[in-house]
Ligand binder design. Structure first.
Ligand code: GLU
Length: 457
Protein backbone atom coordinates (compact mmCIF):
# COMPACT_ATOMS: atom_id res chain seq x y z
CA UNK A 1 0.00 0.00 0.00
CA UNK A 2 1.34 3.44 -0.91
CA UNK A 3 1.03 5.80 2.02
CA UNK A 4 -1.09 8.73 0.85
CA UNK A 5 -1.74 11.76 3.03
CA UNK A 6 -3.42 15.05 2.41
CA UNK A 7 -3.44 18.58 3.81
CA UNK A 8 -6.93 19.99 3.45
CA UNK A 9 -7.33 23.60 4.53
CA UNK A 10 -10.22 25.74 3.41
CA UNK A 11 -8.73 28.69 1.52
CA UNK A 12 -10.39 31.36 3.65
CA UNK A 13 -7.28 33.13 4.92
CA UNK A 14 -3.51 32.84 5.18
CA UNK A 15 -2.23 29.78 7.02
CA UNK A 16 -0.65 30.18 10.43
CA UNK A 17 1.89 28.15 12.31
CA UNK A 18 -0.83 25.79 13.62
CA UNK A 19 -1.92 24.98 10.07
CA UNK A 20 1.74 24.54 9.15
CA UNK A 21 1.94 21.96 11.95
CA UNK A 22 -0.78 19.90 10.25
CA UNK A 23 0.80 20.29 6.81
CA UNK A 24 4.23 19.32 8.15
CA UNK A 25 2.97 16.35 10.15
CA UNK A 26 1.56 15.03 6.87
CA UNK A 27 4.64 15.90 4.83
CA UNK A 28 7.08 14.36 7.31
CA UNK A 29 4.91 11.26 7.54
CA UNK A 30 5.04 11.03 3.74
CA UNK A 31 8.84 11.44 3.82
CA UNK A 32 9.21 8.68 6.41
CA UNK A 33 6.99 6.26 4.52
CA UNK A 34 7.98 7.34 0.99
CA UNK A 35 4.37 8.31 0.47
CA UNK A 36 2.37 10.78 -1.60
CA UNK A 37 1.16 14.16 -0.38
CA UNK A 38 -2.04 15.60 -1.76
CA UNK A 39 -2.80 19.27 -1.38
CA UNK A 40 -6.56 19.47 -1.19
CA UNK A 41 -8.40 22.75 -0.94
CA UNK A 42 -11.67 22.32 0.94
CA UNK A 43 -13.35 25.17 -0.89
CA UNK A 44 -16.97 24.00 -1.01
CA UNK A 45 -17.88 27.23 0.77
CA UNK A 46 -17.70 29.28 -2.41
CA UNK A 47 -18.53 32.55 -0.69
CA UNK A 48 -15.67 32.46 1.81
CA UNK A 49 -13.05 30.62 -0.25
CA UNK A 50 -10.74 32.64 -2.48
CA UNK A 51 -8.25 31.57 -5.14
CA UNK A 52 -5.78 34.14 -3.83
CA UNK A 53 -5.79 32.40 -0.45
CA UNK A 54 -5.27 29.01 -2.12
CA UNK A 55 -2.33 30.51 -4.04
CA UNK A 56 -0.87 32.05 -0.90
CA UNK A 57 -1.20 28.73 0.95
CA UNK A 58 0.74 26.97 -1.83
CA UNK A 59 3.35 29.72 -1.70
CA UNK A 60 3.70 29.33 2.08
CA UNK A 61 3.98 25.55 1.75
CA UNK A 62 6.71 25.88 -0.88
CA UNK A 63 8.52 28.33 1.36
CA UNK A 64 8.44 25.73 4.13
CA UNK A 65 9.80 23.11 1.71
CA UNK A 66 6.55 21.25 1.03
CA UNK A 67 5.93 20.39 -2.62
CA UNK A 68 2.63 18.52 -3.05
CA UNK A 69 2.44 15.67 -5.55
CA UNK A 70 -0.99 16.90 -6.67
CA UNK A 71 -3.28 19.80 -5.90
CA UNK A 72 -7.04 19.34 -5.88
CA UNK A 73 -9.96 21.72 -5.41
CA UNK A 74 -13.24 20.44 -3.98
CA UNK A 75 -15.14 23.17 -5.83
CA UNK A 76 -14.30 21.34 -9.07
CA UNK A 77 -15.65 18.01 -7.86
CA UNK A 78 -19.31 18.65 -7.03
CA UNK A 79 -20.58 16.02 -9.46
CA UNK A 80 -18.60 13.37 -7.55
CA UNK A 81 -20.24 14.45 -4.27
CA UNK A 82 -23.66 14.56 -5.94
CA UNK A 83 -23.18 10.93 -7.03
CA UNK A 84 -22.28 9.94 -3.46
CA UNK A 85 -25.42 11.68 -2.21
CA UNK A 86 -27.51 9.65 -4.63
CA UNK A 87 -25.89 6.45 -3.38
CA UNK A 88 -26.59 7.33 0.24
CA UNK A 89 -30.18 8.25 -0.59
CA UNK A 90 -30.64 4.97 -2.45
CA UNK A 91 -29.29 3.13 0.60
CA UNK A 92 -31.84 5.06 2.69
CA UNK A 93 -29.17 6.47 4.99
CA UNK A 94 -29.62 10.09 3.91
CA UNK A 95 -32.98 11.59 4.80
CA UNK A 96 -34.72 14.90 4.29
CA UNK A 97 -35.38 17.17 7.27
CA UNK A 98 -37.44 20.35 7.29
CA UNK A 99 -36.87 21.86 10.73
CA UNK A 100 -35.78 25.47 11.03
CA UNK A 101 -32.87 26.32 13.35
CA UNK A 102 -35.37 27.81 15.82
CA UNK A 103 -37.44 24.62 15.89
CA UNK A 104 -34.30 22.55 16.46
CA UNK A 105 -33.21 24.84 19.24
CA UNK A 106 -36.55 24.52 20.99
CA UNK A 107 -36.45 20.73 20.71
CA UNK A 108 -32.97 20.59 22.17
CA UNK A 109 -34.17 22.64 25.16
CA UNK A 110 -37.14 20.33 25.69
CA UNK A 111 -34.87 17.26 25.55
CA UNK A 112 -32.56 18.81 28.11
CA UNK A 113 -35.36 19.55 30.54
CA UNK A 114 -36.45 15.92 30.17
CA UNK A 115 -32.93 14.75 30.97
CA UNK A 116 -32.37 13.41 27.44
CA UNK A 117 -29.09 14.00 25.53
CA UNK A 118 -29.46 17.10 23.31
CA UNK A 119 -29.14 15.14 20.08
CA UNK A 120 -31.46 15.22 17.09
CA UNK A 121 -34.45 12.93 17.78
CA UNK A 122 -34.94 11.89 14.14
CA UNK A 123 -38.41 13.42 14.08
CA UNK A 124 -38.10 13.86 10.30
CA UNK A 125 -38.29 10.09 9.91
CA UNK A 126 -41.80 10.17 11.31
CA UNK A 127 -43.18 12.77 8.88
CA UNK A 128 -46.22 11.63 6.90
CA UNK A 129 -46.33 12.22 3.13
CA UNK A 130 -48.97 14.89 3.80
CA UNK A 131 -46.72 16.76 6.21
CA UNK A 132 -43.87 16.65 3.70
CA UNK A 133 -46.19 17.93 0.97
CA UNK A 134 -47.25 20.76 3.24
CA UNK A 135 -43.66 21.80 3.96
CA UNK A 136 -42.96 21.72 0.26
CA UNK A 137 -45.99 23.80 -0.62
CA UNK A 138 -44.85 26.29 2.04
CA UNK A 139 -41.65 26.57 0.03
CA UNK A 140 -39.49 24.89 2.69
CA UNK A 141 -36.45 23.12 1.27
CA UNK A 142 -35.03 20.08 3.06
CA UNK A 143 -31.57 19.69 4.51
CA UNK A 144 -30.19 16.17 4.50
CA UNK A 145 -29.02 14.14 7.46
CA UNK A 146 -26.96 10.97 7.50
CA UNK A 147 -28.61 8.18 9.48
CA UNK A 148 -25.97 7.01 11.93
CA UNK A 149 -25.86 3.21 12.28
CA UNK A 150 -26.65 3.24 16.01
CA UNK A 151 -29.76 1.05 16.17
CA UNK A 152 -30.75 -2.55 15.54
CA UNK A 153 -33.97 -2.19 13.59
CA UNK A 154 -35.75 0.97 14.73
CA UNK A 155 -33.88 4.25 14.17
CA UNK A 156 -36.09 5.87 16.79
CA UNK A 157 -34.55 3.53 19.37
CA UNK A 158 -30.83 4.27 19.19
CA UNK A 159 -28.53 2.02 21.21
CA UNK A 160 -25.00 2.40 22.42
CA UNK A 161 -22.81 1.72 19.37
CA UNK A 162 -19.08 2.09 19.94
CA UNK A 163 -16.83 2.93 17.02
CA UNK A 164 -13.12 2.35 17.63
CA UNK A 165 -10.01 3.49 15.91
CA UNK A 166 -6.35 3.31 16.76
CA UNK A 167 -5.20 6.91 16.51
CA UNK A 168 -1.61 7.51 15.34
CA UNK A 169 -1.26 10.17 18.03
CA UNK A 170 -3.82 9.41 20.71
CA UNK A 171 -3.88 5.61 20.69
CA UNK A 172 -7.18 3.74 21.20
CA UNK A 173 -10.18 6.03 20.69
CA UNK A 174 -13.85 5.20 21.05
CA UNK A 175 -16.97 7.17 20.13
CA UNK A 176 -20.51 6.09 20.93
CA UNK A 177 -22.61 6.86 17.85
CA UNK A 178 -25.72 7.07 20.04
CA UNK A 179 -24.22 10.16 21.69
CA UNK A 180 -24.19 12.05 18.38
CA UNK A 181 -26.84 13.75 16.24
CA UNK A 182 -27.26 12.50 12.72
CA UNK A 183 -24.99 14.96 10.90
CA UNK A 184 -26.35 17.31 8.26
CA UNK A 185 -24.40 16.58 5.07
CA UNK A 186 -26.27 18.85 2.64
CA UNK A 187 -27.81 22.22 3.51
CA UNK A 188 -31.20 23.58 2.40
CA UNK A 189 -29.57 25.46 -0.45
CA UNK A 190 -27.90 22.29 -1.72
CA UNK A 191 -24.42 23.25 -0.52
CA UNK A 192 -22.20 20.72 1.21
CA UNK A 193 -20.88 20.80 4.72
CA UNK A 194 -17.28 19.65 5.02
CA UNK A 195 -18.11 16.15 6.30
CA UNK A 196 -19.17 14.26 3.17
CA UNK A 197 -16.88 15.75 0.47
CA UNK A 198 -13.93 15.05 2.75
CA UNK A 199 -14.83 11.36 3.04
CA UNK A 200 -15.64 11.03 -0.66
CA UNK A 201 -12.29 12.56 -1.59
CA UNK A 202 -10.36 10.47 0.92
CA UNK A 203 -11.88 7.40 -0.76
CA UNK A 204 -11.47 8.61 -4.36
CA UNK A 205 -7.92 9.85 -3.82
CA UNK A 206 -6.79 6.73 -2.01
CA UNK A 207 -5.89 8.55 1.20
CA UNK A 208 -4.43 5.97 3.56
CA UNK A 209 -3.74 8.24 6.57
CA UNK A 210 -5.76 11.26 7.70
CA UNK A 211 -3.57 13.39 9.94
CA UNK A 212 -5.29 16.50 11.24
CA UNK A 213 -5.91 18.63 14.31
CA UNK A 214 -7.69 17.17 17.31
CA UNK A 215 -10.57 19.61 16.77
CA UNK A 216 -11.71 16.93 14.30
CA UNK A 217 -11.76 14.00 16.74
CA UNK A 218 -15.52 14.40 17.12
CA UNK A 219 -15.98 14.12 13.34
CA UNK A 220 -14.11 10.87 13.10
CA UNK A 221 -16.81 8.53 14.46
CA UNK A 222 -19.28 9.99 11.98
CA UNK A 223 -16.83 9.88 9.10
CA UNK A 224 -15.91 6.25 9.80
CA UNK A 225 -19.62 5.44 9.53
CA UNK A 226 -19.85 7.32 6.22
CA UNK A 227 -16.79 5.50 4.82
CA UNK A 228 -18.53 2.24 5.60
CA UNK A 229 -21.88 3.40 4.17
CA UNK A 230 -20.03 4.15 0.93
CA UNK A 231 -18.50 0.67 0.97
CA UNK A 232 -14.96 1.82 1.77
CA UNK A 233 -12.46 0.83 4.41
CA UNK A 234 -11.75 3.88 6.65
CA UNK A 235 -8.18 5.23 6.56
CA UNK A 236 -5.89 5.36 9.58
CA UNK A 237 -6.52 8.52 11.60
CA UNK A 238 -4.13 10.67 13.61
CA UNK A 239 -5.23 13.77 15.54
CA UNK A 240 -2.49 16.06 16.77
CA UNK A 241 -2.89 18.61 19.54
CA UNK A 242 -3.49 22.23 18.60
CA UNK A 243 -1.19 25.17 19.26
CA UNK A 244 -2.35 28.14 21.27
CA UNK A 245 -0.75 31.51 21.95
CA UNK A 246 1.15 31.99 25.23
CA UNK A 247 -2.08 33.37 26.73
CA UNK A 248 -3.94 30.22 25.69
CA UNK A 249 -5.96 31.56 22.75
CA UNK A 250 -6.39 29.45 19.62
CA UNK A 251 -4.87 30.60 16.35
CA UNK A 252 -7.16 31.68 13.56
CA UNK A 253 -6.69 32.05 9.82
CA UNK A 254 -9.01 35.01 9.94
CA UNK A 255 -7.00 37.16 12.34
CA UNK A 256 -3.69 36.55 10.56
CA UNK A 257 -2.02 35.95 13.94
CA UNK A 258 1.30 34.16 13.55
CA UNK A 259 0.67 33.72 9.85
CA UNK A 260 3.47 32.11 7.89
CA UNK A 261 3.57 35.26 5.79
CA UNK A 262 4.14 37.51 8.80
CA UNK A 263 6.89 35.24 10.13
CA UNK A 264 8.57 35.26 6.71
CA UNK A 265 8.36 39.05 6.57
CA UNK A 266 9.86 39.17 10.04
CA UNK A 267 12.95 37.39 8.71
CA UNK A 268 12.30 34.04 10.39
CA UNK A 269 13.85 31.10 8.53
CA UNK A 270 11.52 28.39 7.19
CA UNK A 271 13.37 25.73 9.18
CA UNK A 272 12.93 27.72 12.40
CA UNK A 273 9.18 27.79 11.74
CA UNK A 274 9.07 24.14 10.70
CA UNK A 275 11.17 22.92 13.63
CA UNK A 276 9.05 24.71 16.20
CA UNK A 277 5.75 23.89 14.46
CA UNK A 278 6.57 20.19 14.52
CA UNK A 279 8.48 19.71 17.76
CA UNK A 280 6.58 21.98 20.17
CA UNK A 281 4.12 19.98 22.23
CA UNK A 282 5.96 16.70 21.68
CA UNK A 283 8.38 14.79 23.88
CA UNK A 284 11.23 15.73 21.49
CA UNK A 285 13.58 18.62 22.32
CA UNK A 286 12.83 21.72 20.28
CA UNK A 287 16.02 22.25 18.29
CA UNK A 288 16.52 23.74 14.84
CA UNK A 289 16.71 21.02 12.19
CA UNK A 290 18.75 21.88 9.11
CA UNK A 291 16.21 20.56 6.62
CA UNK A 292 12.91 18.68 6.48
CA UNK A 293 14.59 15.30 6.04
CA UNK A 294 16.45 15.83 9.29
CA UNK A 295 13.22 16.99 10.95
CA UNK A 296 11.48 13.86 9.62
CA UNK A 297 14.00 11.72 11.45
CA UNK A 298 12.90 13.36 14.74
CA UNK A 299 9.22 13.08 13.90
CA UNK A 300 7.02 10.54 15.61
CA UNK A 301 3.29 11.27 15.78
CA UNK A 302 2.97 9.08 18.88
CA UNK A 303 5.38 11.40 20.73
CA UNK A 304 2.86 14.25 20.48
CA UNK A 305 1.14 15.36 23.66
CA UNK A 306 -2.64 15.00 23.86
CA UNK A 307 -3.29 18.43 25.34
CA UNK A 308 -3.05 21.81 23.61
CA UNK A 309 0.42 23.23 23.45
CA UNK A 310 1.43 26.82 24.08
CA UNK A 311 3.49 28.35 21.39
CA UNK A 312 5.97 31.13 22.22
CA UNK A 313 7.03 33.18 19.16
CA UNK A 314 10.22 34.20 21.01
CA UNK A 315 11.39 30.62 20.59
CA UNK A 316 11.44 31.24 16.85
CA UNK A 317 14.20 33.79 17.28
CA UNK A 318 16.22 31.37 19.39
CA UNK A 319 15.96 28.76 16.63
CA UNK A 320 16.67 31.39 13.99
CA UNK A 321 19.89 32.37 15.74
CA UNK A 322 20.94 28.73 15.90
CA UNK A 323 20.29 28.35 12.17
CA UNK A 324 22.27 31.52 11.37
CA UNK A 325 25.13 30.34 13.55
CA UNK A 326 25.56 27.16 11.53
CA UNK A 327 24.56 28.38 8.06
CA UNK A 328 27.32 27.70 5.53
CA UNK A 329 28.42 30.43 3.16
CA UNK A 330 27.20 28.27 0.31
CA UNK A 331 23.68 28.31 1.76
CA UNK A 332 23.81 32.04 2.46
CA UNK A 333 25.64 33.24 -0.67
CA UNK A 334 22.74 34.03 -2.98
CA UNK A 335 20.66 35.62 -0.29
CA UNK A 336 23.58 37.80 0.78
CA UNK A 337 24.13 38.84 -2.81
CA UNK A 338 20.55 40.06 -3.00
CA UNK A 339 21.26 42.15 0.09
CA UNK A 340 24.29 43.70 -1.64
CA UNK A 341 26.87 41.57 0.18
CA UNK A 342 29.22 40.06 -2.40
CA UNK A 343 32.80 40.09 -3.60
CA UNK A 344 35.99 38.45 -2.39
CA UNK A 345 35.40 39.38 1.25
CA UNK A 346 31.84 38.07 1.41
CA UNK A 347 32.71 34.59 2.65
CA UNK A 348 35.10 35.71 5.40
CA UNK A 349 32.56 38.38 6.35
CA UNK A 350 29.76 35.81 6.62
CA UNK A 351 31.84 33.46 8.75
CA UNK A 352 32.75 36.39 11.00
CA UNK A 353 29.24 37.71 11.59
CA UNK A 354 26.84 34.73 11.33
CA UNK A 355 27.19 33.86 15.02
CA UNK A 356 25.90 37.31 15.95
CA UNK A 357 22.79 37.48 13.81
CA UNK A 358 19.16 37.11 14.85
CA UNK A 359 18.14 37.24 11.20
CA UNK A 360 20.04 36.96 7.95
CA UNK A 361 19.09 40.53 7.03
CA UNK A 362 20.95 41.75 10.14
CA UNK A 363 24.12 41.04 8.15
CA UNK A 364 23.50 44.24 6.18
CA UNK A 365 24.18 46.47 9.18
CA UNK A 366 27.46 44.65 9.84
CA UNK A 367 28.43 44.83 6.18
CA UNK A 368 28.01 48.62 6.35
CA UNK A 369 30.02 48.81 9.54
CA UNK A 370 32.80 46.73 8.02
CA UNK A 371 32.88 48.52 4.67
CA UNK A 372 31.95 52.10 5.65
CA UNK A 373 32.69 52.41 9.36
CA UNK A 374 30.53 52.84 12.46
CA UNK A 375 27.07 54.07 11.53
CA UNK A 376 26.74 56.00 14.80
CA UNK A 377 30.24 57.05 15.89
CA UNK A 378 30.80 56.62 19.62
CA UNK A 379 31.63 59.41 22.10
CA UNK A 380 34.91 59.00 23.99
CA UNK A 381 36.33 60.53 27.15
CA UNK A 382 39.59 62.44 26.76
CA UNK A 383 41.43 59.59 28.38
CA UNK A 384 40.03 56.97 26.01
CA UNK A 385 40.71 59.24 23.06
CA UNK A 386 44.41 59.46 24.08
CA UNK A 387 44.47 55.72 24.53
CA UNK A 388 42.97 55.13 21.08
CA UNK A 389 45.42 57.50 19.41
CA UNK A 390 48.30 55.61 20.95
CA UNK A 391 46.67 52.36 19.84
CA UNK A 392 46.21 53.45 16.23
CA UNK A 393 49.86 54.60 16.18
CA UNK A 394 51.01 51.03 16.69
CA UNK A 395 48.72 49.38 14.13
CA UNK A 396 50.89 46.81 12.29
CA UNK A 397 51.95 47.50 8.72
CA UNK A 398 50.47 45.36 5.93
CA UNK A 399 50.64 42.63 4.71
CA UNK A 400 48.59 41.23 7.56
CA UNK A 401 48.46 37.61 8.48
CA UNK A 402 45.98 35.69 10.63
CA UNK A 403 47.50 36.97 13.86
CA UNK A 404 47.20 40.71 13.22
CA UNK A 405 44.64 41.32 15.96
CA UNK A 406 46.76 39.48 18.53
CA UNK A 407 49.88 41.30 17.38
CA UNK A 408 48.19 44.69 17.49
CA UNK A 409 46.60 44.28 20.92
CA UNK A 410 49.93 42.97 22.24
CA UNK A 411 51.61 46.14 21.08
CA UNK A 412 48.81 48.29 22.53
CA UNK A 413 49.18 46.59 25.90
CA UNK A 414 52.88 47.29 25.84
CA UNK A 415 52.48 50.92 24.79
CA UNK A 416 49.59 51.87 27.11
CA UNK A 417 49.64 49.38 29.99
CA UNK A 418 45.89 48.75 29.50
CA UNK A 419 44.45 45.26 29.34
CA UNK A 420 41.09 43.50 29.51
CA UNK A 421 37.89 45.49 29.08
CA UNK A 422 39.49 48.99 29.30
CA UNK A 423 41.62 47.97 26.32
CA UNK A 424 39.05 46.12 24.22
CA UNK A 425 35.91 48.20 24.75
CA UNK A 426 37.21 51.53 23.37
CA UNK A 427 38.70 49.62 20.42
CA UNK A 428 35.43 47.84 19.72
CA UNK A 429 33.53 51.13 19.94
CA UNK A 430 35.96 52.92 17.67
CA UNK A 431 35.99 50.15 15.08
CA UNK A 432 32.30 49.23 15.04
CA UNK A 433 30.35 51.88 16.98
CA UNK A 434 28.80 49.05 19.01
CA UNK A 435 29.50 47.59 22.43
CA UNK A 436 29.14 44.01 21.27
CA UNK A 437 29.35 42.02 18.08
CA UNK A 438 31.51 39.59 16.13
CA UNK A 439 35.10 38.83 17.13
CA UNK A 440 37.30 41.82 16.31
CA UNK A 441 40.04 39.39 15.30
CA UNK A 442 37.73 38.37 12.42
CA UNK A 443 36.51 41.88 11.56
CA UNK A 444 39.89 43.63 11.52
CA UNK A 445 41.25 41.84 8.43
CA UNK A 446 38.04 42.72 6.62
CA UNK A 447 38.49 46.43 7.39
CA UNK A 448 42.12 46.43 6.22
CA UNK A 449 44.80 48.81 7.47
CA UNK A 450 43.50 51.84 5.64
CA UNK A 451 39.92 51.20 6.73
CA UNK A 452 41.02 50.69 10.31
CA UNK A 453 43.06 53.92 10.40
CA UNK A 454 40.03 55.80 9.04
CA UNK A 455 38.26 54.86 12.29
CA UNK A 456 40.75 56.76 14.45
CA UNK A 457 38.60 59.12 16.55
N1 GLU B 1 -11.00 21.52 5.82
C1 GLU B 1 -10.82 20.87 7.09
C2 GLU B 1 -10.07 21.80 8.01
O1 GLU B 1 -9.45 22.72 7.55
C3 GLU B 1 -10.05 19.59 6.87
C4 GLU B 1 -10.13 18.64 8.00
C5 GLU B 1 -9.54 17.30 7.61
O2 GLU B 1 -8.31 17.25 7.48
O3 GLU B 1 -10.29 16.35 7.45
O4 GLU B 1 -10.13 21.69 9.22
Amino acid sequence: MTVTVRFAPSPTGRIHIGNARTALFNWLFAINYKGRFIQRFDDTDIARSKQEYADSILYDLHWLGIFPDVTEYQSRRFDIYDAAVERLKAARVLYACYETPEELDLRRKVRRTRGLPPVYGREALTLTPEQVAEYQSDGRKPHWRFLLPNFTSDPLQPERTDVHWNDLVRGEETVDLASLSDPVLVREDGTYLYTLPSVVDDIEMGVSHVIRGDDHVTNTGVQIAIFKALGAEPPVFGHHNLLTTTTGEGLSKRTGALSIESLRQDGIEPMAVASLAVLVGTSENVTAAHDLNELASHFDPAATSKSASKFDPDELLVLNRALMHHMSFEDARDRLMVLGISGDKAEAFWLAVRGNLDRLSDAVAWWRIVSEGPQEPAEFSGEDRDFLNQAFDVLPEEPWNGTVWKDWTGKIKEATGRKGKPLFMPLRLALTGRTSGPELSDLLPLMGREGTLARRP
